[in-house]
Write a protein that binds this ligand. Structure first.
Ligand code: NAD
Length: 273
């Protein structure tokens, strides 16, 4: 039996159809939250929504929206507040991970614009649009009006030359989070998470493709295993719970030690992932 600490507190999850978003949707619903799941992938969103609602018995509403488009984001937030009487948690998580090559001087302008628009502008638009209503919310026995959890990456903690454009977007997410934390305090907290290598839709759920990326980037994980969606869910649950109410503006790695320990490629013995 899990503690239903989200009863009466609802959540909006972007990128909710797949990967971390989907995993967190199950975890939040199991703890009593009603949900709005936002995604650009209509079929997958429909499927995930039905499954989460069925398993949890909670209200789960799908909204198809491209988070990089301000008009769609505004309409999505409006609809979310029609469906739910509050949004206590924003899991601002939609993102793309395409690599446009290693050379920052060779990235095409259209590719740069696309990844910036989804990974960075998208999170800003959703946070900006949602915070107006979030600020005014009140809950019994709860000091906060809301919580924002933004998905960055280990590539946002330490610049990753193998994926320069992606890395810049995720460093931007950490900066965005710090600024949101300042401007929304004391009613709303904003923190970010920095996952490492976890098998999800971003690697087309292909474990060998992910391991190839790791070998290619000479990635060494001090805890000597790849990450799971469950690892990320555990951190997000902490940030959604009252146990983290005195924490804002920070980025939390969940990466087996890749970014914080800063182990050099030659330092650990060769590991085959
Ligand atoms: N998987 C990893 O190892 C890893 C590591 C670090 C960070 N991340 C980040 O985690 C987040 C979630 O990714 P994931 O790994 O669960 O991958 P995923 O592909 O399984 O999930 C991402 C979801 O975002 C949706 N999406 C993409 N563009 C969108 C848009 N413009 N508007 C709305 N929805 C959109 C996709 O349809 C998908 O359902 C991303 O921000 C990603 O950059 C992932």
């Amino acid at each position: 039996m899990v503690e239903k600490f989200l009863e009466g507190k609802n959540a909006l999850i972007t990128g909710g159809a797949s990967g971390f978003g989907r995993g967190v949707a199950y975890a939040f619903a199991e703890r009593g939250a009603d949900l709005v799941l936002v995604d650009i992938n209509e079929d997958l969103l429909e499927e995930t929504t039905k499954k989460v609602a069925q398993v949890s018995g909670q209200k789960v509403i799908p909204i198809v929206c491209d988070v990089s488009q301000s008009d769609q984001v505004e309409a999505m937030v409006k609809q979310a507040y029609k469906e739910l009487d509050n949004v206590f948690i924003l899991f601002n998580n939609a993102g793309i991970g395409v690599s446009y090559g290693r050379n920052i001087c060779r990235i095409k302008e259209n590719d740069w614009d696309q990844i910036m628009a989804v990974n960075l502008k998208g999170q800003w638009l959703v946070a900006k649009s949602l915070c107006r209503k979030m600020k005014g919310q009140k809950f019994e026995n709860e000091e906060l009006a809301g919580k924002m959890i933004n998905t960055s990456s280990a590539a946002g903690m330490v610049v990753d030359p193998a994926i320069p454009a992606y890395s810049i977007t995720k460093m931007g997410v950490i900066a965005l989070t710090q600024l949101l934390a300042k401007s929304l305090a004391p009613k709303i907290t904003a923190n970010s998470i920095a996952p490492g290598f976890h098998l999800t839709g971003i690697y087309l759920n292909d474990e060998e493709a992910m391991r190839m990326t790791m070998r290619d980037g000479k990635v060494k994980v001090p805890l000597i295993r790849i990450g799971t969606v469950e690892d990320v869910i555990n951190l997000v649950l902490f940030l959604a719970s009252p146990a983290s109410n005195y924490i804002t503006g920070h980025c939390f790695p969940v990466d087996g030690g890749i970014s914080e320990v800063g182990v050099q490629p030659h330092y650990l013995k060769e590991v085959q992932y």
